[in-house]
Design a protein around this ligand. Structure first.
Ligand code: COA
Length: 445
């Protein structure tokens, strides 16, 4: 059977950086450890004044095509996932194709282009679309480009301001992929929720605490749905579990919940019983609240066990390395987590070919999706080609005054013109407005 999955990945960060413990915390009057230890973040990436979702997406896609030696006619589909779109009709993918056509001789006139919206899960849904298109045999031997691109900015003073970010992930989806094969099995957990939304507004209305609870509830539902077709999962079955990472502290909660679920009725639960007892079972309680309280106590004890901490350090923590330095990239965030863990494998010279990932995506509103991935033979070469460390190190470190100006410059309700903090180098930049209110772009050598 044809294998289909991600053949290659490229990451493009916004060119600016906000230091959370060093610059943000003092202005907020908060302990820097709230960010580094509580939320798990050191910095957020920001777009410079000439950057937006199109430039970041096109720059990631250009690196991808250039590195893989692709021409426009090799691509049958360009899907952009974003929750930062600026047009209710014209999709971002048309702008991205327009950018790429400036640097290639050929064009994308025969490529299907779309834009996917479902909060942070849309990147994974676009992967699905590309996967299904290839599996259905409609691709004519061509590959798909999926781009997840966002400027995740919150209103000034919103609790989410600490978890901002900006960047793009471009992925090439093809037959016989070099990086990971996607499983046919997948599970969903979806419900009509109002944890985070942008009703025709730029910055989100967000109930942060509730969004954390909805994330966990939907993720658990998706895992149960996945297990209903793939069989029960066991913690040792997966080398790594990349989750959607709005901030690493969120994944800390998801990891614990997932572990408790997976060890139920296994030898791990039995071995831990002498130390912390067995998991409370609903049938043993008359009262729901007493059951919930017993579960909370069990989770608190489980979190402190060496068995859990070892598993977390091995399976989850390496997925968070990049996220700690860039913040939330919304649609790109789970794909940053996957890249992070493969980069960890490369840096530690691990033999990961054939190992499995369990990938947990989430979008507010709300939906979680779980599927498995099998790491392919070419993973090492693909990941070695990433230059994300160089990009992160080259970001301009914003002062507080810079940050206030940059946030205003990206605020659609303000008309603020500022000097860029960085100089573009071999990349697409925003180049002003056209006659129809469209955005214009050009490639800077
Ligand atoms: N040292 C160590 N940890 C600290 C700390 C300190 N000095 N101060 C606070 N913390 C911990 C808190 O205990 C909390 O961890 P916990 O949830 O494990 O208990 C964490 O840091 C965050 O602190 P909290 O007071 O809850 O932050 P907040 O109220 O300012 O905002 C969110 C947190 C998530 C609600 C906010 O960032 C938000 O709205 N984000 C956007 C929405 C989002 O990303 N949702 C996720 C699902 S998609």
């Amino acid at each position: 059977m044809t294998t289909v999955g991600i053949d290659a990945v490229e990451i493009w960060t916004g060119n600016l950086k906000l230091d959370l413990p060093g610059t943000f915390a003092p202005q907020m009057g908060e302990d820097p450890e709230k960010y580094t230890k509580g939320l798990g973040l050191n910095a957020s990436s920001f777009p410079d004044s000439y950057e937006d979702i199109v430039t970041m997406g096109a720059n990631a896609a250009y690196r991808l095509m250039d590195r893989k030696g692709l021409e426009p006619e090799d691509i049958g589909r360009i899907d952009v996932a974003t929750e930062s779109a600026f047009d209710n009709s014209k999709p971002v993918s048309t702008y991205v194709a327009g950018c790429l056509e400036q640097v290639y001789e050929g064009d994308f006139h025969h490529a299907n282009k779309g834009e996917r919206k479902f909060a942070c899960i849309a990147g994974t849904q676009s992967l699905d679309d590309a996967y299904n298109w290839i599996k259905a045999g409609r691709h004519r031997g061509r590959a798909a480009i999926v781009i997840a691109t966002d400027t995740a900015l919150y209103a000034r003073g919103d609790a989410g301001e600490a978890t901002q970010g900006a960047g793009a992930v471009a992925m090439l989806i093809s037959e016989d992929p070099s990086l990971v094969e996607l499983s046919i099995e997948q599970g969903y957990g979806s419900a009509d929720e109002t944890d985070f939304l942008k009703p025709n507004q730029q910055f989100p209305s967000v109930d942060g605490k509730r969004s954390v609870q909805v994330y966990l509830a939907r993720m658990r539902e998706a895992l149960e749905d996945f297990e209903s077709i793939a069989g029960d999962s066991h913690p040792d079955q997966y080398a790594y579990i990349p989750f959607h990472t709005p901030f690493p502290g969120m994944v800390r909660k998801a990891g614990l919940l997932g572990y408790r679920h997976m060890i139920r009725d296994t030898e791990i639960e039995d071995e831990l019983a002498a130390e912390i007892g067995r998991q409370p079972r609903a049938e043993a309680f008359d009262d729901e609240e007493a059951f919930r309280e017993a579960l909370r106590e069990y989770m608190d004890s489980l979190k402190e066990t060496e068995t859990y901490q070892d598993w977390y350090a091995k399976t989850i923590d390496p997925t968070l390395t990049l996220s700690r330095e860039v913040g939330n990239w919304y649609t790109g965030s789970v794909h940053v987590a996957r890249a992070s863990v493969l980069k960890h494998g490369l840096e530690n010279d691990l033999d990961l070919t054939g190992s499995k990932l369990l990938v947990g995506s989430y979008g507010s509103g709300a939906e979680a999706e779980i599927h498995a991935e099998t790491i392919q033979e070419g993973w090492r070469e693909e990941i070695a080609a990433l230059n994300v460390d160089e990009q992160l190190a080259a970001r301009y470190d914003l002062t507080w005054d810079d940050y206030e100006e940059i946030h205003d410059a990206h605020n659609h309700d303000m008309d603020v013109d500022i000097e860029p903090r960085t100089t573009p180098d071999a990349e697409f930049v925003f180049d002003g407005w056209g006659r129809m209110g469209e955005r214009k772009y050009r490639f800077v050598e």
